[in-house]
Design a protein around this ligand. Structure first.
Ligand SMILES: [Zn+2]
Ligand SMILES: [Zn+2]
Length: 115
């Protein structure tokens, strides 16, 4: 039987040039999935992932509250209210203020939740 004797190796990140450990476990995982060895350290990989997510397509929309131009990460619908970042933050703050009022759970609502 062939043994997968992987050993931790050090690779150099192609983005920040720092070395990082490509562990035996990861090597096995990558080999299983048929992936090539990583070119970037975990931090740079996470960064790139974040960048990809933030550059995801956004749709232009008009804020229902102040009427300014904004973008949303989903296709705006005519029947849905769209808020710009400022109005959204203001609305959220207002909501939180309201939520600070004690919420009384009646037996009725609890029963409904269980169903
Ligand atoms: Zn890096
Ligand atoms: Zn607004």
């Amino acid at each position: 039987m062939f043994e997968n004797n992987y050993q931790d190796i050090e690779l150099t990140c192609s983005d920040c040039n720092s070395t990082f450990v490509f562990s035996a476990e990861e090597q096995e995982f990558y080999a299983e999935k048929g992936f090539a060895s990583p070119k970037r350290c975990p931090a740079c990989r996470a960064n790139r992932k974040k960048q990809r997510n933030s550059s995801r397509k956004r749709y232009p929309a008009k804020c229902s509250k102040c009427g300014c131009d904004t973008t949303v990460p989903f296709r705006p619908r005519e029947d849905k209210e769209i808020y710009c970042t400022d109005c959204y933050a203001a609305m959220k703050a207002q909501q939180q203020e309201q939520e600070q009022a004690p919420v009384v759970e009646t037996e009725e609502t609890l029963v409904q939740q269980e169903q």
